[in-house]
Design a protein around this ligand. Structure first.
Ligand code: HEM
Length: 504
């Protein structure tokens, strides 16, 4: 059965590829690594650390490269300026997302970040924007602050040789469940946490670009589960209930004073029952993706912060001088301090740049044939922005592998002449991350509070010797620094008292 399906798929693909080649002979495609007959670059896409391989390819083929997975055209962009030209300036045609059989089978097709451009996307994006634009995110500061203070108290209690980094994930899940659904959780054993961790594992696995060929050969989805080798079909069947639980369970348990409650209150005013049902589904889809997107991306960013600090006592020292002069020894930092702490802001910017959470962005797709710099870009091309490469461009960020927040500072202020990594790390054009202000607010207060009250040190082995805290970026669509060799120690008795006082 599977060999018959594969044969049909390969025959149809070869005919389409030959037809495409003939049609494109007069329309020059961007250069790229040579592929194999019929399958093109299908094997080339499966890389351990793809952002590094793609970055190396760009040294040979240039900042805009063309690849093909069977009949699917792919463009990898390695220059920030080209990414802006395409996805910002031509956003009318570069704002869609590739259709994915993988997403459909697992049930990810509800997610805004993976949804094709169109009316449904517009409606859900509007709901998300209403609750996360820069003017409304301060409404969540009190919840963020309360949960971050509880996290600081956990940090005080964690005197282990290695910090329990799962506390960071718990903090983020706690914040987002409270802000979005009004749900309180107790600890890491809570079922919500188990489910979100599992969901995000499914996400990482399913979005490893090029791993599952079903996206390039949709007919493979009909291969029955019992056929040997039908790995993906089994994975999809196992994963779907996990994703459904993540979407439905917190939504159905929503309480008052949260984003979902306010979305639903507005929807209740809709007199048309059918329209109301559709709006409710959109609200569920909007909140589901906010929940999933918040936990893992901000977790990755904060782990980068902790690793970067464990490597750099001098940077901690400089941040503390700023915190001591602006905040002083009598209190912990608050959101009101944000604008007066440029070096702390620069640490956040350097975390986004040094180990970008989503190193290859979330691919866009083009909905119309067109040309860029003389190269033909066919309709349906998948656009992959190599954010890692852009953020490691030595012309913009000298010594790019070095963790150095000072690169963003001039005369004691943020230097506007250096490109803000947020303009790349949060994506492009109409699809730019709507949660970026919320993510920044959470990260700012964690970073400022930790630096004010704790020393971040390398973790130690059983003999008390310090381990090397230098991490590597690993993972797939959402990536993480690894290993996490750090521990926390309160800075002073006075700092410890400030943290304990938050319980009162
Ligand atoms: C450090 C934290 C975060 C990073 C680095 C990040 C990065 C990104 C990136 C690269 C994209 C893809 C943009 C594109 O397609 O060009 C994206 C999309 C998205 N993000 Fe984030 N994000 C973060 C946190 C958050 C948070 C906290 C939320 C929720 C409040 C969120 C919600 C979303 C949503 C809903 C989309 C889909 C937007 C669309 O396709 O229209 N993100 N994010």
């Amino acid at each position: 059965m599977s060999s018959t399906v594969s044969l049909i798929v390969l025959t149809v693909s070869s005919i389409v590829v030959l037809a495409l080649k003939r049609a494109n002979r007069l329309r020059p495609l961007p250069p790229g690594p040579p592929g194999w007959p019929i399958i093109g670059n299908l094997f080339d896409l499966q890389q351990e650390l793809p952002w590094i391989t793609y970055s190396n390819w760009s040294k040979t083929y240039g900042s805009i490269m063309f690849l093909r997975a069977l009949t699917t055209p792919i463009v990898i962009v390695s220059s920030a300026d080209i990414a802006f030209d395409l996805m910002d300036k031509r956003s009318a045609i570069y704002s869609s997302k590739p259709a994915s059989v993988v997403d459909e089978m697992i049930g990810w097709d509800f997610a805004l970040s993976l949804m094709p451009y169109g009316q449904r996307w517009r409606n859900i994006r509007k709901k998300t924007h209403e609750h996360f634009h820069q003017m409304v995110t301060p409404n969540y500061h009190s919840k963020q602050m309360k949960h971050i203070q509880a996290f600081l108290r956990h940090c005080l209690a964690d005197t282990a040789k290695q910090f329990d980094s799962s506390q960071v994930r718990q903090l983020l899940a706690t914040i987002v469940l409270d802000v979005v659904y009004g749900i309180r959780i107790k600890d890491m054993d809570d079922d919500y946490i188990k489910n979100i961790v599992e969901t995000l594992e499914v996400f990482g696995e399913s979005k490893t670009f090029g791993k599952y060929w079903v996206d390039f050969m949709p007919l493979l989805k009909y291969v029955p589960q019992w056929v040997p080798g039908a790995v993906f079909v089994k994975f999809a069947a196992r994963s779907r209930p996990v994703v459904e639980e993540m979407l439905n369970r917190p939504f159905n348990a929503t309480s008052n004073n949260c984003i979902t409650a306010s979305m639903l209150a507005k929807i209740e005013l809709q007199p048309d029952i059918e329209k109301r049902k559709e709006e409710e589904t959109h609200a569920k889809h909007a909140t589901g993706v906010i929940y999933a997107a918040t936990v893992e991306s901000t977790y990755s960013l904060l782990q980068t912060f902790f690793c970067g600090m464990a490597m750099s006592p001098d940077i901690q020292q400089r941040a503390r001088q700023e915190l001591d002069s602006v905040v002083g020894p009598e209190r912990l930092p608050t959101y009101d301090d944000q604008d007066r702490l440029p070096y702390v802001q620069a640490i956040f910017m350097e975390c986004l740049r040094w180990m970008p959470t989503i190193p290859l962005g979330i691919p866009h797709s083009v909905i119309q044939d067109g040309y860029y710099n003389g190269y033909f870009i066919p309709s349906g091309t998948i656009i992959i922005p190599n954010a890692w490469h852009m953020l490691h461009n030595p012309e913009e960020y000298p010594e790019p592998d070095k963790f150095n927040p000072g690169r963003f500072i001039k005369d004691g202020e943020i230097n506007p002449e250096i490109r803000d990594p947020a303009t790349i790390a949060f994506g492009f054009g109409r699809r730019i991350c709507p949660g970026r202000h919320f993510a920044k607010d959470t990260a700012f207060l964690v970073i400022a509070s930790i630096l004010h009250a704790f020393d971040v040190k390398p973790s130690v082995d059983e003999n008390g010797f310090e381990l090397d805290p230098t991490p590597q970026l690993q993972g797939s669509i959402i990536s993480f620094p690894s290993p996490l060799n750090y521990r926390l120690k309160s800075r002073s008795e006075a700092a410890e008292k400030l943290v304990r006082a938050t319980e009162l």
